[in-house]
Each structure stands twice: as C-alpha cells, then as structure tokens.
Design a protein around this ligand. Structure first.
Ligand code: C2O
Ligand code: CU
Ligand code: CU
Length: 431
C-alpha cells in the first residue's frame, strides 16, 4: 500500500506434478502451487508481512535466506509452524537490491522439505539498482533460473537414494529449472539477465554457455557487485546465487550448461560428489528480431570494504564430518554471542576431504581471502553462502548492526542439506 507495506500469503501444501508430460504424477510440495513457490518482491524500506499457512501433513518453517531481519522472524528451526497453523513474520527490508530465496528449515528435515519442492525467490529492489541500465522486466529480460537436480523412480516418484560412498547427499540425474524438465526460454531482447539460484540440496554447478561465450557477472548472493566481471564460468554451491547478463544474436539458440565443477576434493570425493557431472540447464531461443538492450555499465554499486582490523572478535569454525568445531547442532545450545554494532572476522575451514559450504543467517559477509589469496571476482561482492573446498580456509568479515535478541538464535551451517540435517549447524545470538 502507499505506506510501503507489502502483505504476502504463502500456502505450503502437498501437490502432484507431471514433470515428464507422460501422465506419471510425482508427489511434491509447493507454496501456493504444486512445486516451488511464487517470487516475492519488495523494495528496500518497505515493511513486509508474510502470512505463511501450513497445509502440509507435518510441521515446517519458512526461512528467508539472505535476508537481514530479526531472529524471531528468520524462520529457522525455532520458528516451527504446526500443521494447520499460520505464521506471520514481519520486518522492514533494509539491505541492497538482491536475489534472495526462501525455504523450510525444520531441523533434521530440511533436505526432505526442499527436495519435495518447497522453495521460492524473494527479490529485493532498491533505488540504486533501479537507476542502472540493467535488464529488469521480470520474465522478459530478467528471468529467475532455479536449478535443482532430482531423480525419479519408474513410477515417477522422487527418488532420494544415496549410495554408500556418496558423502554429500542426494545427487539427481535430471535437472529441473523452475520446476521444468528440458526447459527453454524465448528471448526477445539483445541482453538477458538470469538470476541463477543453486536450489539443489547437494550438487554444485559450474555454469557457462555451450559455446563458451563470455557473460557479465553483475551480482552475487547479497546484491550487485561493485563492477561487472566478464567470465565464461561461474560456480555455485547449494544456496548460492549469481546474476548474469548474457548477449544473444538474432535467431540463435545457445544453451546454458553446467560443466564439471571444481570441488577441490580428492579423486574419490570428486567422483562421488558430482565433480564430473555435466548437464544442459536451459536453452535460450533468440527471436529473429531482438529489442535493443543498453550495454552493461562499467560500474554498478559502491561497496564499502569492511576493515578486518576493526574486528572486535575473530572466530575459527572447523567443518568436519557432520559437526562444526567438533560439535553437532543442539537446539538448546548457543555457540556464541556477537555484539551489536561490531565487526567480526571468521575463518571457516573444511578440514575433511568432503565438500562442504558455509552459510550464515542475518548478515551478508565479505570474503577477505580464500586459502590466503584475494577472492576471485565471483566472491568480491556481498555473500551469505560460500563453498568450502577441503583444506582451503575462507576468511570472511561481517558487521552485526541491529536486531539484537539474547533469546532467539540465528543459524550458521553447511548448506549441503544432508549435512545440515545431520548436525553440521550451530547457533549464535546478537546481543
Ligand atoms: Cu538457506 Cu539456514 O538456510
Ligand atoms: Cu539462510
Ligand atoms: Cu557439508
């Protein structure tokens, strides 16, 4: 409304979907529909209310991944919604324009809920982004690309088998984009912006185009980069996002692919963690006449660097097995308290041979270094999730601003959901 309040209704429910067009109905779950959920969208400064209704058979929660908001609105495992109940979190959007997402976070069952289809995008808009000559017509030249891998049994049901050697979770052999098998996109403009979300539960993707054409990476998890990076590949681990702008020629078809991701893991880990898998993701079909699009600007948004020397606390988080610093998630244990209005530096390191990644709630962080080196362009902007290759420490800096609450924790965890569910998660409060 005119006071800048946005009210959304989100109904979590079971569904059925014919993914293959052959009459086999897969049992799914979705928000409002059968699979995935609507794209929610709000501007910086607006107050958001989401009425989440749980029509599933069991409990769930809905977490706003990447959103800076009070812990009791965060939708983690402490904000469960009973079947039949409604949960109505409210907060004021106070962060830069970004591609965020939402998904359930019930402790021990997140993989199952996300795998069945419970996820959606939450786009944040702001004046800075709106002032840039970037493609932003939703569904026309600004298109969400939620990438998920699934396996199906003979009768069309989702199959969640893990082999004994696979230590990272379920790896599917069929890709879905926005819930569609074998997707294509009709492109009518010279340039198209793709908002890529790795919405998979375990698999990493190394996105690029079949002809290796370069694209402009313009944004990462928490918003636009200071300047675009001209790349041919961008790798995303589960939960990470990338906004890219690609140029097409009239009448052509070009395929967005995922080539073998670089897991930085040993031979066996690599082989059984999808390190050799390739997929066609999305075919772009350019019209014979394309509407001209402005060139991607050379600079995007200013980004003030967080000064690591100003950190009032440094922490080291070691990921191994199904635990962080040797401890498995416990709902009643708070691992530490961060102080409001301070900067912290965390060194996050994967000390076993299995791929992990790191996600923290409430804040967007800056990557200071990866294995001692300056971060690559795709890690130069605001991030909330980052891949942890074995034995390659990632140093990050973040600021805790408002939203202190001594009683309700935020989570940090591996976003390979099988690991998260098995206990690779911790809790902190902001005081
Ligand atoms: Cu995307 Cu703690 O989650
Ligand atoms: Cu999150
Ligand atoms: Cu992990």
């Amino acid at each position: 409304d005119e006071r800048g309040r946005r009210v959304f209704d989100l109904l979590a429910r079971d569904g059925r979907r014919d993914f293959h067009g052959d009459g086999r109905l897969t049992r799914t779950a979705g928000f409002d529909g059968d699979y995935l959920g609507p794209t929610l969208r709000a501007r910086r400064g607006e107050q958001v209310v989401v009425n989440v209704v749980n029509r599933l058979a069991g409990r769930t929660s809905v977490h706003w991944h990447g959103m800076h908001l009070p812990a009791r609105m965060d939708g983690g495992p402490h904000q469960m919604i009973r079947p039949g109940a409604t949960w109505s979190p409210t907060w004021t959007v106070d962060q830069p324009a970004a591609t965020l997402w939402y998904h359930p976070h019930p402790h021990g069952e997140t993989e199952d809920h996300v795998y069945r289809g419970l996820a959606g995008l939450f786009l944040v808009d702001d004046d800075r982004e709106a002032a840039l000559p970037l493609p932003r017509r939703y569904g026309v030249d600004d298109v969400p690309v939620i990438v998920q891998d699934r396996s199906f049994s003979g009768d069309g049901q989702f199959r969640k088998t893990r082999n004994m050697i696979n230590a990272i979770g379920v790896l599917g052999d069929t890709l879905l984009v926005n819930g569609t098998v074998g997707p294509y996109l009709d492109v009518t403009t010279e340039r198209v912006r793709l908002r890529l979300l790795n919405g998979s539960t375990a698999r990493l993707y190394n996105f690029g185009f079949a002809d290796d054409r370069p694209f402009d990476l313009i944004g990462s998890d928490g918003g636009l980069l200071p300047r675009p990076a001209r790349l041919t590949r961008v790798q995303l681990s589960p939960g990470e996002r990338a906004e890219i702008v690609v140029t097409v020629r009239p009448g052509e078809r070009v395929t967005l692919r995922s080539t073998a991701p670089d897991l930085g893991a040993g031979f066996l880990a690599d082989r059984f963690a999808g390190g050799r898998d390739r997929f066609d993701v999305l075919q772009l079909r350019a019209a014979d006449r394309l509407t001209p699009s402005p060139a991607v600007p050379g600079t995007l948004v200013p980004m003030e660097r967080i000064d690591p020397d100003a950190a009032s606390a440094t922490r080291r988080l070691e990921f191994a097995g199904r635990a962080i610093n040797g401890q498995s998630m416990a709902m009643d244990r708070i691992d530490f308290a961060a102080t409001r209005d301070t900067t912290e530096v965390w060194e996050v390191v994967n000390i076993d041979g299995t791929p992990h990644n790191f996600h923290v709630h409430d804040v967007q962080f800056q990557v200071l270094s990866v294995a001692g080196a300056a971060p690559p362009p795709e890690l130069a902007g605001w991030k909330d999730t980052v891949y942890l290759a074995p034995q390659r420490p990632v140093r990050i800096a973040m600021r805790f601003t408002d939203h202190s609450d001594p009683d309700v924790p935020y989570m940090y965890h591996c976003h390979l959901l099988y690991h998260e569910d098995a206990g690779m998660m911790g809790q902190f409060v902001v005081v």
